[in-house]
Design a binder for this molecule. Sequence first.
Ligand code: KG4
Ligand code: ZN
Length: 333
Amino acid sequence: MPTILGIESSCDDTSASIVKDGKVLSNVIANQSVHEAFGGVVPELASRVHQQNIIPTVHKAISDAKVSKNEINAVAFTRGPGLLGSLLVGSSFAKSFALALDIPLIEINHMQAHILAHFIDDPKPQFPFLCLTVSGGHTQIVKVNNYFEMELIGETTDDAAGEAFDKAAKMLGLPYPGGPLVDKYAQLGNANAYAFPEPQIPGLNFSFSGLKTSFLYFIRDKKKENPNFLEENMADVCASIQNRIVSVLMNKVKKAVKETGIKQVAIAGGVSANSGLRNSLLEAEKKLGWKVFIPKFEYCTDNAAMISIAGYYKYLQGEFVGQDVSPLARWEI
Ligand code: KG4
Ligand code: ZN
Protein backbone atom coordinates (compact mmCIF):
# COMPACT_ATOMS: atom_id res chain seq x y z
CA MET A 1 0.00 0.00 0.00
CA PRO A 2 1.44 3.33 -1.07
CA THR A 3 2.92 6.16 0.93
CA ILE A 4 2.48 9.48 -0.89
CA LEU A 5 4.19 12.82 -0.32
CA GLY A 6 1.91 15.70 -1.36
CA ILE A 7 3.12 19.24 -2.06
CA GLU A 8 0.95 22.36 -2.36
CA SER A 9 2.28 25.78 -3.38
CA SER A 10 -0.39 27.32 -5.63
CA CYS A 11 -0.86 30.60 -3.76
CA ASP A 12 0.67 31.86 -0.51
CA ASP A 13 0.75 28.71 1.66
CA THR A 14 3.58 26.21 1.43
CA SER A 15 2.30 22.83 2.52
CA ALA A 16 3.50 19.21 2.60
CA SER A 17 1.72 16.08 3.73
CA ILE A 18 2.21 12.34 3.98
CA VAL A 19 -0.68 9.97 3.24
CA LYS A 20 -0.21 6.26 3.87
CA ASP A 21 -2.83 3.74 2.70
CA GLY A 22 -5.31 6.60 2.25
CA LYS A 23 -4.77 7.97 5.77
CA VAL A 24 -3.28 11.39 6.51
CA LEU A 25 -0.20 10.99 8.74
CA SER A 26 0.93 14.62 8.54
CA ASN A 27 -0.17 17.96 7.10
CA VAL A 28 2.26 20.82 7.63
CA ILE A 29 1.35 24.33 6.48
CA ALA A 30 3.69 27.33 6.44
CA ASN A 31 1.67 30.55 6.06
CA GLN A 32 3.12 33.74 4.64
CA SER A 33 2.43 36.83 6.73
CA VAL A 34 4.53 39.01 4.41
CA HIS A 35 1.44 39.86 2.28
CA GLU A 36 -0.64 41.41 5.08
CA ALA A 37 1.00 44.80 4.70
CA PHE A 38 0.04 44.87 0.99
CA GLY A 39 -3.65 44.00 1.38
CA GLY A 40 -3.34 40.99 -0.95
CA VAL A 41 -0.94 38.31 -2.15
CA VAL A 42 2.11 39.71 -3.95
CA PRO A 43 3.09 36.96 -6.44
CA GLU A 44 6.81 37.74 -6.53
CA LEU A 45 7.07 37.73 -2.73
CA ALA A 46 4.99 34.54 -2.52
CA SER A 47 7.37 32.55 -4.72
CA ARG A 48 10.42 33.78 -2.79
CA VAL A 49 8.91 32.75 0.53
CA HIS A 50 7.92 29.35 -0.94
CA GLN A 51 11.60 28.86 -1.78
CA GLN A 52 12.55 29.52 1.84
CA ASN A 53 9.79 27.32 3.25
CA ILE A 54 9.65 24.31 0.97
CA ILE A 55 12.53 22.25 2.39
CA PRO A 56 11.75 22.74 6.12
CA THR A 57 8.03 22.12 5.41
CA VAL A 58 8.65 18.83 3.58
CA HIS A 59 11.19 17.82 6.22
CA LYS A 60 8.64 18.38 9.00
CA ALA A 61 5.89 16.53 7.11
CA ILE A 62 8.14 13.49 6.77
CA SER A 63 9.29 13.57 10.40
CA ASP A 64 5.76 14.23 11.79
CA ALA A 65 4.53 11.19 9.85
CA LYS A 66 7.36 9.08 11.34
CA VAL A 67 8.19 7.56 7.98
CA SER A 68 11.57 7.39 6.33
CA LYS A 69 12.20 9.15 3.03
CA ASN A 70 12.85 5.80 1.38
CA GLU A 71 9.35 4.53 2.22
CA ILE A 72 7.74 7.19 0.00
CA ASN A 73 6.31 5.59 -3.15
CA ALA A 74 5.31 8.70 -5.13
CA VAL A 75 5.26 12.50 -5.04
CA ALA A 76 2.03 14.34 -5.82
CA PHE A 77 2.17 18.08 -6.47
CA THR A 78 -0.19 20.91 -7.42
CA ARG A 79 0.34 21.56 -11.13
CA GLY A 80 -2.28 24.34 -11.22
CA PRO A 81 -4.32 26.45 -11.30
CA GLY A 82 -2.54 29.15 -9.32
CA LEU A 83 0.26 31.71 -9.36
CA LEU A 84 2.89 30.54 -11.82
CA GLY A 85 5.89 31.59 -9.73
CA SER A 86 4.47 29.83 -6.67
CA LEU A 87 3.57 26.68 -8.61
CA LEU A 88 7.10 26.56 -10.05
CA VAL A 89 8.65 26.21 -6.60
CA GLY A 90 6.46 23.25 -5.58
CA SER A 91 6.62 21.51 -8.95
CA SER A 92 10.41 21.91 -9.30
CA PHE A 93 10.89 20.54 -5.80
CA ALA A 94 8.54 17.61 -6.49
CA LYS A 95 10.32 16.78 -9.73
CA SER A 96 13.77 16.85 -8.10
CA PHE A 97 12.55 14.74 -5.17
CA ALA A 98 11.01 12.14 -7.51
CA LEU A 99 14.13 12.06 -9.65
CA ALA A 100 16.47 11.69 -6.69
CA LEU A 101 14.46 8.81 -5.16
CA ASP A 102 13.51 7.32 -8.54
CA ILE A 103 9.80 7.31 -7.72
CA PRO A 104 6.80 8.36 -9.84
CA LEU A 105 5.47 11.89 -10.08
CA ILE A 106 1.73 12.67 -9.90
CA GLU A 107 0.16 15.95 -11.12
CA ILE A 108 -2.83 17.29 -9.21
CA ASN A 109 -5.42 19.91 -10.14
CA HIS A 110 -5.79 22.17 -7.09
CA MET A 111 -9.57 22.56 -7.56
CA GLN A 112 -10.09 18.81 -7.85
CA ALA A 113 -8.00 18.37 -4.72
CA HIS A 114 -10.23 20.78 -2.74
CA ILE A 115 -13.13 18.47 -3.64
CA LEU A 116 -11.21 15.26 -2.93
CA ALA A 117 -10.50 16.54 0.60
CA HIS A 118 -13.87 14.89 1.32
CA PHE A 119 -12.15 11.52 0.97
CA ILE A 120 -9.76 12.16 3.87
CA ASP A 121 -12.22 11.32 6.66
CA ASP A 122 -15.49 9.43 7.04
CA PRO A 123 -18.31 9.74 6.09
CA LYS A 124 -17.29 10.02 2.45
CA PRO A 125 -19.78 11.13 -0.23
CA GLN A 126 -21.04 8.63 -2.82
CA PHE A 127 -20.80 9.43 -6.54
CA PRO A 128 -22.40 11.42 -8.02
CA PHE A 129 -22.48 14.38 -5.63
CA LEU A 130 -22.52 18.16 -6.00
CA CYS A 131 -19.71 20.30 -4.65
CA LEU A 132 -19.77 24.04 -4.10
CA THR A 133 -16.11 25.08 -4.34
CA VAL A 134 -15.59 28.52 -2.90
CA SER A 135 -12.11 29.98 -2.50
CA GLY A 136 -10.24 33.23 -2.97
CA GLY A 137 -9.91 32.60 -6.70
CA HIS A 138 -12.86 30.33 -7.58
CA THR A 139 -16.59 29.92 -7.12
CA GLN A 140 -17.87 26.80 -8.82
CA ILE A 141 -20.65 24.26 -8.63
CA VAL A 142 -19.22 20.94 -9.72
CA LYS A 143 -21.01 17.68 -10.44
CA VAL A 144 -18.58 15.04 -9.23
CA ASN A 145 -19.17 11.78 -11.13
CA ASN A 146 -15.98 10.04 -10.00
CA TYR A 147 -12.62 10.86 -8.38
CA PHE A 148 -11.27 12.59 -11.48
CA GLU A 149 -14.44 12.95 -13.53
CA MET A 150 -15.91 16.32 -12.69
CA GLU A 151 -18.35 18.55 -14.58
CA LEU A 152 -18.44 22.30 -14.06
CA ILE A 153 -22.14 23.25 -14.02
CA GLY A 154 -21.88 26.80 -12.62
CA GLU A 155 -19.19 29.39 -11.94
CA THR A 156 -18.65 33.04 -11.17
CA THR A 157 -18.71 35.51 -14.02
CA ASP A 158 -16.57 38.03 -12.10
CA ASP A 159 -15.30 37.93 -8.49
CA ALA A 160 -14.96 34.74 -6.44
CA ALA A 161 -16.88 34.38 -3.16
CA GLY A 162 -13.66 34.63 -1.12
CA GLU A 163 -12.74 37.74 -3.06
CA ALA A 164 -16.17 39.21 -2.28
CA PHE A 165 -15.52 38.59 1.44
CA ASP A 166 -11.97 39.98 1.23
CA LYS A 167 -13.00 43.09 -0.72
CA ALA A 168 -15.88 43.78 1.67
CA ALA A 169 -13.42 43.42 4.55
CA LYS A 170 -11.01 45.84 2.90
CA MET A 171 -13.79 48.44 2.58
CA LEU A 172 -14.41 47.97 6.30
CA GLY A 173 -10.75 48.64 7.02
CA LEU A 174 -10.02 45.04 8.10
CA PRO A 175 -6.62 43.49 7.30
CA TYR A 176 -6.08 40.93 4.51
CA PRO A 177 -7.36 38.23 4.17
CA GLY A 178 -10.51 39.68 5.68
CA GLY A 179 -12.94 36.78 5.07
CA PRO A 180 -12.34 35.08 8.44
CA LEU A 181 -12.62 38.46 10.25
CA VAL A 182 -15.94 39.29 8.60
CA ASP A 183 -17.12 35.86 9.78
CA LYS A 184 -15.92 36.56 13.32
CA TYR A 185 -17.77 39.89 13.57
CA ALA A 186 -20.81 38.44 11.80
CA GLN A 187 -21.28 35.94 14.60
CA LEU A 188 -21.92 38.85 16.99
CA GLY A 189 -24.28 40.80 14.72
CA ASN A 190 -27.80 40.90 13.27
CA ALA A 191 -27.83 39.41 9.76
CA ASN A 192 -31.02 41.30 8.86
CA ALA A 193 -29.82 44.73 9.98
CA TYR A 194 -29.09 45.91 6.41
CA ALA A 195 -30.38 44.59 3.10
CA PHE A 196 -28.11 44.27 0.04
CA PRO A 197 -29.47 43.44 -3.42
CA GLU A 198 -29.36 39.88 -4.73
CA PRO A 199 -27.67 39.71 -8.16
CA GLN A 200 -29.97 38.45 -10.92
CA ILE A 201 -27.78 36.08 -12.92
CA PRO A 202 -29.40 33.36 -15.03
CA GLY A 203 -28.69 29.64 -14.64
CA LEU A 204 -26.17 28.33 -12.12
CA ASN A 205 -23.61 31.11 -12.59
CA PHE A 206 -22.69 33.68 -9.95
CA SER A 207 -21.80 37.36 -9.91
CA PHE A 208 -20.49 39.39 -6.98
CA SER A 209 -19.33 42.62 -8.61
CA GLY A 210 -22.73 44.39 -8.34
CA LEU A 211 -22.93 43.49 -4.68
CA LYS A 212 -19.43 44.87 -4.17
CA THR A 213 -20.43 48.21 -5.71
CA SER A 214 -23.63 48.52 -3.69
CA PHE A 215 -21.66 47.72 -0.51
CA LEU A 216 -19.14 50.44 -1.36
CA TYR A 217 -21.92 53.05 -1.81
CA PHE A 218 -23.68 51.85 1.32
CA ILE A 219 -20.56 52.42 3.43
CA ARG A 220 -19.83 55.77 1.78
CA ASP A 221 -23.37 57.04 2.48
CA LYS A 222 -23.51 55.75 6.05
CA LYS A 223 -20.13 57.31 6.86
CA LYS A 224 -21.39 60.63 5.50
CA GLU A 225 -24.29 60.50 7.96
CA ASN A 226 -22.12 59.32 10.84
CA PRO A 227 -18.32 59.20 10.69
CA ASN A 228 -18.30 56.54 13.43
CA PHE A 229 -20.83 54.33 11.65
CA LEU A 230 -18.44 51.43 11.10
CA GLU A 231 -16.97 51.46 14.61
CA GLU A 232 -20.48 51.42 16.05
CA ASN A 233 -22.03 48.87 13.71
CA MET A 234 -19.24 46.55 12.56
CA ALA A 235 -20.94 43.35 13.74
CA ASP A 236 -24.29 44.14 12.09
CA VAL A 237 -22.63 45.24 8.83
CA CYS A 238 -20.49 42.07 8.69
CA ALA A 239 -23.47 39.85 9.55
CA SER A 240 -25.59 41.49 6.83
CA ILE A 241 -23.02 41.31 4.02
CA GLN A 242 -22.14 37.73 4.98
CA ASN A 243 -25.83 36.88 4.97
CA ARG A 244 -26.16 38.15 1.39
CA ILE A 245 -23.02 36.41 0.06
CA VAL A 246 -24.15 33.15 1.68
CA SER A 247 -27.70 33.47 0.33
CA VAL A 248 -26.35 34.02 -3.21
CA LEU A 249 -24.35 30.80 -2.87
CA MET A 250 -27.17 28.83 -1.26
CA ASN A 251 -29.81 29.87 -3.81
CA LYS A 252 -27.66 28.59 -6.68
CA VAL A 253 -26.90 25.34 -4.90
CA LYS A 254 -30.62 24.83 -4.27
CA LYS A 255 -31.22 25.39 -7.98
CA ALA A 256 -28.47 22.89 -8.86
CA VAL A 257 -30.03 20.27 -6.56
CA LYS A 258 -33.41 20.82 -8.24
CA GLU A 259 -31.96 20.57 -11.75
CA THR A 260 -29.78 17.50 -11.19
CA GLY A 261 -31.89 15.68 -8.61
CA ILE A 262 -28.67 15.08 -6.62
CA LYS A 263 -29.16 15.73 -2.90
CA GLN A 264 -25.65 14.98 -1.67
CA VAL A 265 -24.03 18.39 -1.33
CA ALA A 266 -20.42 19.04 -0.35
CA ILE A 267 -18.53 22.30 0.11
CA ALA A 268 -14.84 22.90 -0.48
CA GLY A 269 -12.29 25.72 -0.55
CA GLY A 270 -11.37 28.41 1.94
CA VAL A 271 -14.84 29.97 2.20
CA SER A 272 -16.28 26.63 3.36
CA ALA A 273 -14.77 27.60 6.72
CA ASN A 274 -17.45 30.30 6.91
CA SER A 275 -19.87 29.77 9.80
CA GLY A 276 -22.83 31.34 7.97
CA LEU A 277 -22.41 29.01 4.99
CA ARG A 278 -21.97 25.98 7.25
CA ASN A 279 -25.12 26.82 9.22
CA SER A 280 -27.18 27.40 6.06
CA LEU A 281 -26.09 24.03 4.69
CA LEU A 282 -26.94 22.25 7.93
CA GLU A 283 -30.34 23.94 7.87
CA ALA A 284 -30.91 22.75 4.29
CA GLU A 285 -29.93 19.25 5.38
CA LYS A 286 -32.68 19.32 8.01
CA LYS A 287 -35.36 21.08 5.96
CA LEU A 288 -34.72 19.78 2.45
CA GLY A 289 -33.48 16.26 3.16
CA TRP A 290 -30.01 16.86 1.74
CA LYS A 291 -26.95 14.93 2.86
CA VAL A 292 -24.33 17.58 3.51
CA PHE A 293 -20.54 17.11 3.62
CA ILE A 294 -18.44 19.79 5.31
CA PRO A 295 -14.69 19.22 5.55
CA LYS A 296 -12.75 19.62 8.77
CA PHE A 297 -11.58 23.20 9.19
CA GLU A 298 -7.91 22.36 8.48
CA TYR A 299 -8.86 20.77 5.13
CA CYS A 300 -10.98 23.74 3.94
CA THR A 301 -8.22 26.23 3.24
CA ASP A 302 -5.15 25.40 1.15
CA ASN A 303 -3.35 22.33 2.47
CA ALA A 304 -1.25 19.46 1.13
CA ALA A 305 -3.34 16.69 2.74
CA MET A 306 -5.85 17.17 -0.07
CA ILE A 307 -2.99 16.94 -2.60
CA SER A 308 -1.61 13.71 -1.16
CA ILE A 309 -5.08 12.11 -0.87
CA ALA A 310 -5.79 13.02 -4.53
CA GLY A 311 -2.33 11.62 -5.31
CA TYR A 312 -3.24 8.39 -3.52
CA TYR A 313 -6.26 7.85 -5.80
CA LYS A 314 -4.19 8.66 -8.91
CA TYR A 315 -1.50 6.25 -7.71
CA LEU A 316 -4.11 3.48 -7.48
CA GLN A 317 -5.07 4.24 -11.09
CA GLY A 318 -1.39 4.29 -12.17
CA GLU A 319 -1.64 7.87 -13.45
CA PHE A 320 1.85 9.34 -13.49
CA VAL A 321 3.57 12.17 -15.37
CA GLY A 322 7.10 12.63 -16.73
CA GLN A 323 9.85 15.09 -15.78
CA ASP A 324 8.80 17.32 -18.70
CA VAL A 325 5.62 18.40 -16.88
CA SER A 326 5.32 22.16 -16.27
CA PRO A 327 2.89 24.14 -14.08
CA LEU A 328 -0.33 25.66 -15.40
CA ALA A 329 -1.62 29.01 -14.12
CA ARG A 330 -5.04 28.10 -15.57
CA TRP A 331 -6.38 24.56 -15.66
CA GLU A 332 -10.01 23.57 -16.06
CA ILE A 333 -11.34 21.19 -13.44
O1 KG4 B 1 -8.99 27.95 -0.69
P1 KG4 B 1 -8.24 29.08 -0.08
O2 KG4 B 1 -7.47 28.82 1.19
O3 KG4 B 1 -7.20 29.70 -1.08
C1 KG4 B 1 -7.47 29.83 -2.43
O4 KG4 B 1 -7.20 28.87 -3.18
O5 KG4 B 1 -8.01 30.92 -2.77
O6 KG4 B 1 -9.30 30.26 0.16
C2 KG4 B 1 -8.93 31.49 0.71
C3 KG4 B 1 -10.16 32.37 0.76
C4 KG4 B 1 -9.86 33.81 1.15
O7 KG4 B 1 -10.58 34.68 0.30
C5 KG4 B 1 -10.39 33.92 2.59
O8 KG4 B 1 -10.79 35.20 2.96
C6 KG4 B 1 -11.56 32.98 2.52
O9 KG4 B 1 -11.10 31.89 1.76
N1 KG4 B 1 -11.98 32.52 3.86
C7 KG4 B 1 -13.16 32.87 4.43
C8 KG4 B 1 -13.18 32.25 5.71
N2 KG4 B 1 -12.01 31.56 5.88
C9 KG4 B 1 -11.30 31.73 4.72
N3 KG4 B 1 -14.17 33.61 3.98
C10 KG4 B 1 -15.23 33.77 4.78
N4 KG4 B 1 -15.33 33.23 6.02
C11 KG4 B 1 -14.34 32.46 6.52
N5 KG4 B 1 -14.45 31.92 7.74
ZN1 ZN C 1 -7.43 26.74 -2.71
